[in-house]
Design a protein around this ligand. Structure first.
Ligand SMILES: [Fe+2]
Length: 398
């Protein structure tokens, strides 16, 4: 007989803050129609569903973009007083909401508030004959919020993943040629691996505690912890993870470095306010994804060739030391595609960062592939800086 103590955790039914999935990431943008075209064309998202004037929405236009298990909701205001429009003018285009699917949105919201969270909005129920979507939001750093979303009937998550409607008021997009092109030319992006927030100087630990207390997250122990290199990267970072590690939310704050902190630059251009710095999108095949994204014209950060003079030694030595086989991807192709590599005691990862996705130097994407490693590529901060120094030295400017 199985004893009670060895039975699976009963958390599923008792913990209202248990997260089931990243439900969607909502962007506030200046022009959702054009933004949808950009994310479809550059990153291969399907423009799947829409809610706008044609569906009776007279406040805003929303586009649901999908790829793998990633759902982006792009929203723009149709009137001068709309919230999305006001925020787009303050912060530029960017992430408003990292929404989580839960079993009961109202219960999760109540629990988060009981834990010290602040409401962003009270529970809203969207219902029709097919089913119900309930949403309720709490405020996190800056203008960002987390919505809790619970779904029933035809709007349940499994149905949504199969192409079902997002919620009442949405309709499927038919006959958009770019969707056909994207199906034939996939970019291979699967899900949101992590979402990084930039907060003000001295506020990192405040938000670490907030995620612990309000959402029941825990500090994620990983290799990067040991070598936060403020001298090079001019940032401090701690990674928070949900109980089931469904999502990781690293929190950055600026630090004094040799150059102006990239975090401070973000804050300067984000209305001096914290916000989501990047979304890391996971692929199973970094080389194929980056090849396709580059073909589509995505602008990535460029890496000096000198980076590759040191990287294989560093990474393969780490892997060998911990009994792992070395990086299996073709080293020349990794270099040709300008992909970054890092390793830790558990394996390695391949990653590459886009340039900002809008005119302000704020939000960007990371395209990441994990081969065992659960860390975030901290080794690359130092390596990148050092490779830049090699270049400077060659120019006689060091
Ligand atoms: Fe990242």
């Amino acid at each position: 007989m199985t004893s009670l103590s060895s039975a699976p955790s009963l958390q599923t039914s008792t913990d209202p803050l248990q997260l089931i999935d990243v439900d969607h990431v909502r962007f506030f943008v200046g022009n959702a129609k054009q933004a949808a075209y950009y994310y479809a064309s550059a990153f291969g998202f399907e423009v799947a569903q829409i809610a706008d004037l044609t569906t009776g929405n007279r406040e805003s236009a929303m586009y649901l973009l999908t790829q793998g298990n990633i759902r982006l909701l792009l929203e723009t205001s149709l009137t001068k007083d709309g919230q999305a429009g006001r925020e787009a003018s303050m912060f530029g285009d960017g992430v408003k909401d990292i929404a989580m699917t839960v079993f009961d949105a109202e219960k999760a919201w109540k629990q988060a508030i009981k834990n010290g969270g602040t409401s962003a909005y009270e529970p809203r129920v969207y219902s029709d004959a097919s089913g119900t979507v309930t949403m309720a939001g709490i405020q996190t750093y800056g203008r960002a919020i987390h919505s809790f979303v619970s779904r029933t009937g035809a709007y349940a998550l499994p149905a949504l993943k199969q192409g079902g409607l997002f919620m009442p008021g949405f309709k499927l997009v038919e006959g958009f040629a770019l969707n056909d092109f994207n199906r034939k030319n996939p970019c291979g992006l699967k899900y949101v691996d992590h979402a990084v927030g930039n907060v003000e100087l001295g506020k990192m630990n405040y938000w670490v505690k907030w995620y612990e207390e309000v959402l029941g997250f825990a500090m994620f122990k990983h290799f990067d912890d040991k070598d936060i290199g403020t001298e090079y990267s001019a940032l401090m970072s701690k990674v928070m993870a949900s109980g089931n590690h469904l999502i990781k939310m690293p929190i950055n704050e600026p630090a004094d470095g040799k150059k102006k902190s990239q975090i401070q630059e973000y804050l300067d251009w984000h209305n001096n306010s914290p916000g989501v710095q990047h979304l890391a999108l996971r692929t199973d095949d970094e080389l194929a994804s980056i090849t396709e994204l580059r073909r589509r014209g995505v602008d990535f950060l460029s890496i000096p060739d000198t980076y590759y003079e040191a990287v294989w030694k560093r990474v393969d030595a780490m892997l060998t030391q911990h009994g792992h086989s070395i990086v299996k991807e073709d080293h020349q192709r990794v270099k040709d595609l300008g992909i970054l590599v890092d390793a830790d005691d558990e394996g390695y990862l391949l990653q590459l960062f886009t340039k900002p996705l809008q005119d302000r130097p704020t939000l960007f994407f990371e395209i990441i592939c994990r081969r065992g490693s659960q860390s975030f590529g901290k080794g690359n901060f130092k390596a990148l800086f050092e490779s830049l120094e090699i270049e400077q030295e060659r120019r006689g400017n060091l």
